[in-house]
Write a protein of this length. Structure first.
Length: 294
């Protein structure tokens, strides 16, 4: 089972020819809304890849709450742990361009009121992967990492967006997943090099660094693993990172070893780049199977 403690957003997605420069106003070709949030995206990616997933988080008591959870419901994610709180549901404004690049601004809203003590102790054991990110309150995330680690669960921290967590919490993770920018942030915090090997040696835990078109690298239990990226024509990279992390967790939950899970996650993330949108771009397991087979 995968237990996600994370954010639930409604994404406002603007399709443009080029990203606006600072101080510049540009007209978008179109705008649409789509459910998003790193926690929700990763939960949906894992569920579509066949995992049993439960999400713990918070939404506001507003008109955005229902649409923000629609993708989770459609994917079969257990939402018993999602609490409705006073205030606004989280919102992200996403601008994408013809090259598949994006610029994102996030208003956390209710996500900062998600509380880890809503997660029952009985769900934290050796059979559970606990997946967390950095769009909820960092203190709450650190407390859940500590609880889950003590109970024997494997904790995967996606340090995204880049932010500080206490060193004690970082050292209790089973695997920390970062992109290149997040790796630089983490390296500055802990005083090490920014590659997976240096970070892993400094923290004493597994570290996986995604490298965009160069693939990914991971150091776990003293072994280095490198996986190439799948070559595709990128249309929109918005959900690629979340897709990678969610499918990685699903593959590990099914018993794949880390290199095999990285290969599957890489294939799924590449597929996500070929479609526009957030959760709408996340592939089903059968699509990923076909991509790996090809």
């Amino acid at each position: 089972m995968i237990l996600v403690f994370g954010s639930i957003n409604l994404d406002l997605i603007f399709d443009m020819e080029t990203l606006p420069a600072p101080g510049e106003t540009r007209l978008a070709r179109s705008m649409r809304t789509e459910p998003g949030g790193k926690g929700a995206n990763q939960a949906v990616a894992a569920a579509r890849d066949g995992a049993e997933v439960a999400l713990y988080g918070a939404v506001g008591r507003d008109s955005f709450a229902g649409p923000a959870q629609a993708g989770l419901e459609a994917a079969g994610v257990d939402l018993w742990g999602v609490e409705a709180v006073a205030g606004a549901t989280g919102v992200a404004s996403i601008v994408t361009d013809n090259a598949g690049r994006n610029a994102i601004a996030v208003a956390a809203g209710a996500n900062l009121r998600a509380r880890q003590d809503k997660v029952p102790d009985e769900f934290l054991d050796e059979a559970t992967i606990v997946l967390v990110q950095m769009e909820c309150d960092a203190g709450e995330t650190a407390k859940l990492i500590s609880r889950a680690s003590a109970a024997g669960a494997r904790v995967i921290l996606n340090l995204a967006p880049a932010a500080d967590l206490p060193l004690a919490a970082l050292k209790k993770c089973w695997l920390i997943v970062v992109n290149e920018q997040e790796a630089i942030h983490l390296a500055a915090q802990v005083g090490s090099g920014a590659d997976a090997a240096d970070l892993s040696a400094k923290l004493g835990v597994g570290v996986l660094r995604t490298l965009g078109e160069a693939g990914s690298e991971a150091m776990l239990d003293g072994a280095m693993h490198r996986v190439a990226a799948h070559a595709v024509k990128a249309v929109d990279t918005t959900a690629a990172g979340d897709c990678f992390v969610g499918v990685l967790a699903a593959a590990l939950d099914r018993g794949l070893d880390l290199p095999a899970a990285m290969k599957r996650a890489s294939a799924a993330a590449a597929l996500a780049c070929t479609k526009r949108g957030s959760q709408g771009s996340l592939p089903e397991g059968a699509e990923t199977d076909a991509a790996i087979g090809a």
